[in-house]
Write a protein that binds this ligand. Structure first.
Ligand code: SF4
Ligand code: SF4
Length: 177
């Protein structure tokens, strides 16, 4: 099946589901969209197909430094760099689930956590516990990744991604002392 179709279906989970039942961007001037011109969002395996079909003007996709292996091949994770504004229906999955993110727990099951990379940007990531986010939103994030992780390519990617996120968690833990 076309991976773009799968992602487009998953995106729909987040059409109405947001971290809080209000527009949190109004209170932080959309801080998560204000990175520099080289910062961007990782695309999950197969998600690039969505932006191969339609990519807003001024956006670009490039290979990131995050590599993982799948099917005996070393692969680079694509990163989408936007221009800091968008029609919300064009947002990639990483933006839709922010500031949460998936990792694999010790048993290899999907676990949803607050993204440690969000701590330097997002007031919600710094002040809320995961349980304080809108329940529908948290459940949609979990549902999306339980579904996606049935795909072996996504699952293999998540193994590397988990190590990458855990590295950030250790870094912030060390900072907090
Ligand atoms: S930085 Fe956090 S609070 Fe601000 S718009 Fe993004 S998700 Fe909402
Ligand atoms: S794609 Fe849209 S939501 Fe995501 S960072 Fe860019 S402007 Fe923000």
């Amino acid at each position: 099946m076309n991976s773009a179709y799968i992602y487009l279906q998953i995106y729909r989970l987040f059409d109405k589901s947001t971290p809080l039942p209000l527009d949190c961007g109004r209170y932080c001037s959309e801080a998560c969209c204000k990175g520099d011109s080289e910062s961007g969002m990782y695309l999950f395996p197969g998600e690039k197909a969505v932006f191969d079909m339609v990519c807003p003007d001024g956006w670009r996709i490039t290979d990131s430094e995050l590599t993982y292996s799948y099917n005996g091949k070393e692969r680079k994770t694509p990163i989408l760099i936007c221009d800091g504004s968008c029609d919300r229906y064009f947002r990639p999955l990483a933006c839709r689930i922010f500031p949460l993110t998936p990792i694999l727990d010790n048993e290899g099951h999907i676990k949803i956590i607050i993204d440690p990379r969000a701590r330097s940007v997002c007031p919600l990531a710094n002040t809320f516990d995961k349980d304080e986010f809108d329940k529908d939103f948290t459940e949609s994030v979990k549902k999306a990744f339980i579904l996606l992780s049935k795909n072996k390519h996504v699952y293999e990617f998540l193994k590397t991604y988990t190590e990458y996120i855990e590295e950030y968690n250790r870094f912030f833990k060390d900072l907090r002392g």
